[in-house]
Design a protein around this ligand. Structure first.
Ligand code: RB5
Length: 145
């Protein structure tokens, strides 16, 4: 299950991502927001990231204007590894090397066609493990997050 959330600046992409995930047959849960009315991105990022942290959802996609605010918030949650991806290469490496479990994108930063490619690559690429597993473990061991 993919936890999905956006603020107003990411709302249009979030809605389009739902159609894309339906096409890819990837189940999701939408944590909001539910309109383009101005709102605060941490409110939505916290909800979706908490779902990933608790195990209710295995992965997530968060959208705001830049993807940056969403990633900062999500990475405060235990067990969450959120990556802002602006390219297919970043999406692939975020999975292979960082075992990222939350993808964040910026609606004001990248075009929709890029988002389609990034989502497809992110959710079809596996973690490589090995030396990267040791490094990922160190992300969490120092802070307990
Ligand atoms: C909203 O204007 C904008 O600040 C927000 O969507 C996001 O880009 C923050 O990181």
């Amino acid at each position: 299950m993919i936890a999905l959330a956006s603020d107003h600046a990411g709302y249009d992409y979030k809605e389009k991502i739902k159609t894309l995930l339906d096409e890819l047959k990837l189940p999701y849960r939408d944590f909001g927001t539910s309109s383009k009315d101005s709102t605060d991105y941490p409110d939505w990022a916290h909800k979706a990231a908490q779902a990933v942290s608790s195990g209710e959802c295995e992965q997530g996609i968060l959208v705001c204007g830049t993807g940056i605010g969403m990633s900062i918030v999500a990475n405060k949650h235990k067990g969450v590894r959120a990556a802002v991806c602006e390219s297919v290469t970043a999406a692939r490496l975020a999975r292979q090397h960082n075992n990222a479990n939350v993808l964040t994108v910026g609606e004001r930063i990248i075009g929709w066609e890029s988002v389609v490619d990034i989502v497809k690559v992110f959710f079809s690429t596996s973690f490589e493990g090995g030396r990267h597993a040791r490094r990922v473990e160190k992300i969490h061991s120092t802070t307990g997050l």
